[in-house]
Design a protein around this ligand. Structure first.
Ligand code: NDP
Length: 508
C-alpha cells in the first residue's frame, strides 16, 4: 500500500504479496463523509481470482498450515491479534474513510472485537474436539468408531461494506483456526481494511497463500470466486437478494454455503420497561452506524399504555444524537456508505410518508456545515406505522425507525414474527421473567433482552428464515469450517462372525 497525493493506492494480496490486477485496472474508493476519492484499488479479474484460489489450494495441499498442530495455529492467531492491536490506528483510519464508520465506534469497539475474537478463537482451536470416539455397540458388530473433524480446504468469503473488518474476521478466524486456506472478495466500497488484514496476518507468521484478498466487482470477480471449481465453501454476508444468487451459483459445484443476510429486527417494549434505559437502547439499536446493520432493531412494538410517552421521549433523545464527520471523536452518527444508499434511504422515507406513517423527526438529508458533501441522513422516526407497510417489511439499511402500537403481548409477538427475516429480536422490560417466554416465541437467531448489538465471540450469530443459515462466532462457527469424517475399524477378526458375511455368502 502506498500514498500518492493523499490518495491511497492498494494492489491486491495474493500468496503473501501485493500484486497489481492482471489487466492493470483499478477502481476508486470514495470517502462517504466528503464525497471525495480517497483510494485507488486494483480491480481483480477472473484470472486474479484463479491465481488466488490456486495459491490457496497449493498452500492447503502442502500442509504448511492445514497440518500444523492446533497449538501452532493458536499461537499464530494470537500473534495476528497482536499485529491488529499494534496497527489499530491505521486500520481505524482505513475503515472509517471508506465505510463512514465513526472513529468512536471503530477504535473503541470494532478493534477490541477483532482482537478478542482472535484470542478466543485461539483458545477454541486448542480445545476443539477434533476426534470423538463413539461408544462400542453390538449392532452392527463390535468396532472402533471415531468421528474426525478436518479442514474443508479452500474457503471463499464475500463480505459487505457495513462492517468490513468485523464481518471478514467472523470468517477469517474460524477458517484459519480449523486449518483452511481462505480467499476474500470484499465489498467494492470498502476493500481497504480487509487488504491490510491479509498483510498483517502474514507479518504475524501465517504462511503466504493461506489468506488472500482480491477486490473487484461482485458480479464478475465475486461470481468467479463462488463458481471456482477449487473453492470448497462460500461464506457470504450481504443482501438476501445476492445471497439467493450465491446459493444458485454455488450449486453448480455443490459447495458448502453459509449465508448471513438481511433483517428487519423487532423489539417489543413491555408496559413495565424502564424507559431511562429503553429509550437510548432503542435508538442505539437502530441508529448505530446510521442504521446500516443487518440486525438493527428497526421495528419497535410499544404497548398502547406508554405509546405516546415513548414517542415523545424517542423524539427528544434522537435530537441529542450528534451527526458529524466520522473522524471527529464527538460524532455519534456518520454518513451512509454511498450516494446510492443515501438515495435508497430517502426513497424509503418518502414511501413511509405516502403510506400514511407519521414522521416524528428527521426525514431529510443533512447538509449543514461540513456535512454538505457527505451522504448524511438525519435520525428518522415514524410513528403510527402498520406492520404491513413497506417501511416495516423491507430492509432500509439507514437511520429509519418504525414504531408500531400494540395492546396485547401475543399480538405483538405475532406481528414481530410476521416478516421474511429472522436475524435478531428483542424485549425491553422491567421484569425479565416476562421476557423469557416471549424470547421463546420470537423466530430469530439472537434475542436481546434489555440490550442490543451485543455480540460475544463465544455466542453463535445467524439467521432464521430468509436471514440465512449457518452460524458465525463461537464454537458453532468452527464446525462450519470443518468436514466430518467417520472412521470405522472392525474389531471382529473371524470372517464368519462378521455381521455382513451371511448376508452375501449365506449360512453354510
Ligand atoms: P450486496 O449484497 O450486493 O453486496 C455484498 C457483497 O456481495 C459485496 O462484496 C458485493 O460485491 C458482492 N456481490 C454482489 N453481487 C454478487 C454476485 N453476483 N456474486 C458474488 N458476489 C456478489 O450488498 P449491496 O452493497 O448492494 O447493498 C444492498 C443492500 O443489501 C443494502 O441496502 C442492504 O439492504 C443490504 N445489505 C445487507 C448487509 C447485511 O449485513 N445483511 C450488508 C450490506 C448490505 P460489490 O460490492 O462489488 O457489489
Amino acid at each position: 500500500m502506498t500514498t500518492k497525493t493523499d490518495i491511497l493506492q492498494f494492489p491486491i494480496y495474493i500468496n503473501g504479496e501485493w500484486v497489481a490486477a492482471k489487466n492493470g485496472e483499478t477502481f476508486e474508493i470514495t470517502n462517504p463523509a466528503t464525497g471525495q476519492v480517497c483510494a485507488h484499488v486494483a480491480k481483480g479479474t477472473k484470472e486474479d481470482i484463479d491465481t488466488a484460489v490456486q495459491s490457496a489450494r497449493r498452500a492447503f495441499n502442502s500442509g504448511i498450515w492445514s497440518k500444523k498442530s492446533p497449538e501452532e495455529r493458536a499461537k499464530i492467531l494470537i500473534q495476528f491479534s497482536n499485529k491488529i492491536a499494534e496497527n489499530a490506528e491505521q486500520l481505524v483510519y482505513l475503515e472509517s474513510i471508506s465505510s463512514g464508520g465513526t472513529l468512536n465506534r471503530i477504535a473503541n469497539s470494532d478493534i477490541l472485537q477483532l482482537v478478542e475474537l482472535l484470542q478466543e478463537t485461539a483458545k477454541f482451536t486448542r480445545e476443539y474436539q477434533y476426534v470423538e470416539s463413539l461408544p462400542t455397540k453390538t449392532f452392527p458388530g463390535p468396532s472402533d468408531n471415531q468421528v474426525w473433524r478436518e479442514p474443508i480446504g479452500v474457503c471463499a468469503a464475500i463480505t459487505p461494506w457495513n462492517f468490513p473488518m468485523i464481518l471478514a474476521m467472523w470468517k477469517i478466524a474460524p477458517a484459519l483456526a480449523m486449518g483452511n486456506s481462505i480467499v476474500i472478495k470484499p465489498a467494492s466500497y470498502t476493500p481497504l481494511s480487509t487488504l491490510k488484514l491479509a498483510e498483517l496476518a502474514v507479518e504475524a507468521g501465517l504462511p503466504g497463500g493461506v489468506f488472500n484478498v482480491v477486490a473487484g466487482p461482485g458480479s464478475s470477480t465475486g461470481a468467479a470466486l463462488v463458481t471456482h471449481q477449487e473453492v470448497d465453501k462460500v461464506a457470504f454476508t450481504g443482501s438476501t437478494e445476492v445471497g439467493r444468487s450465491i446459493m444458485q451459483q454455488a450449486a453448480g459445484t455443490v459447495k458448502k454455503v453459509s449465508l448471513e443476510l438481511g433483517g428487519k429486527s423487532p423489539a417489543i417494549v413491555l408496559p413495565d420497561a424502564h424507559l431511562d434505559t429503553t429509550i437510548p437502547g432503542i435508538l442505539f439499536g437502530v441508529f448505530l452506524h446510521s442504521g446500516q446493520i443487518c440486525e438493527s432493531g428497526t421495528r419497535v412494538f410499544v404497548h398502547d399504555s406508554i405509546y405516546d410517552e415513548v414517542i415523545e421521549k424517542l423524539k427528544y433523545a434522537a435530537s441529542t444524537i450528534k451527526l458529524g464527520h466520522p473522524l471527529e471523536n464527538t460524532t455519534g452518527m456518520g454518513p451512509l456508505v454511498s450516494e446510492r444508499q443515501l438515495q435508497k434511504v430517502l426513497d424509503y422515507i418518502e414511501t413511509g410518508k405516502q403510506e400514511g406513517a407519521s414522521l416524528i423527526c428527521g426525514g431529510k438529508r443533512a447538509v449543514s456545515g461540513n456535512l454538505k458533501d457527505g451522504f448524511y441522513v438525519e435520525p428518522t422516526i415514524f410513528a403510527d406505522v402498520n406492520n404491513t407497510m413497506k417501511i416495516a417489511q423491507e430492509e432500509i439499511f439507514g437511520p429509519v425507525l418504525s414504531v408500531i402500537r400494540y395492546s396485547d403481548v401475543q399480538e405483538a409477538v405475532d406481528l414481530a414474527n410476521d416478516t421474511i427475516y429472522g436475524l435478531a429480536a428483542g424485549v425491553w422490560c422491567g421484569d425479565v421473567n416476562k421476557a423469557l417466554p416471549i424470547a421463546k416465541e420470537l423466530k430469530a437467531g439472537t434475542i436481546w433482552i434489555n440490550d442490543w448489538h451485543m455480540f460475544r465471540s463465544d455466542a453463535p450469530f445467524g439467521g432464521y428464515k430468509q436471514s440465512g443459515f449457518g452460524r458465525e462466532l463461537g464454537r458453532h462457527a468452527l464446525d462450519e469450517y470443518t468436514e466430518t469424517k467417520h472412521v470405522h475399524t472392525s474389531l471382529v477378526p473371524e470372517l464368519e462372525q462378521r455381521p455382513w458375511y451371511s448376508i452375501l455368502f449365506g449360512n453354510e
